[in-house]
Design a protein around this ligand. Sequence first.
Ligand SMILES: [Zn+2]
Length: 133
Amino acid sequence: MHISDAVFLEDLCPKFRFRQWRKSIHNFTGKSCIYCGKPSESIDHVIPRSQGGLSTTENCVPACLSCNGDKSDENALNWYRRQKFYDPRRAMAIRAWLEGDLRLAIRLLQWANPNFEIQNKNYIKDESEYEAA
Ligand SMILES: [Zn+2]
């Protein structure tokens, strides 16, 4: 991961920009949790802040509250590997996201979930009939 060329949120962070940034992160995945595919309600730090993770786009992924809370302070990839809904394509997507390759990440997420729509285009919330894990 290339922390040195990451855009530091703190550098450009009046509040409204922060909100826009959060929104754009959710839009990347069509507002679905990067881990399980349910609606994303929060932003999760892949590398927890307690372990030096930064609030950069590379380190922040859309996540549902249940994944975010369950993962808590653990390294996301380690945590994700143990989940029932583990999908190697999503694991690859998370890794690509971490490396700043959002385009690859999104492609992998689409592969993992054919109903997935980029940029939230045809995303209808009521259609998210994902099985509960
Ligand atoms: Zn989730």
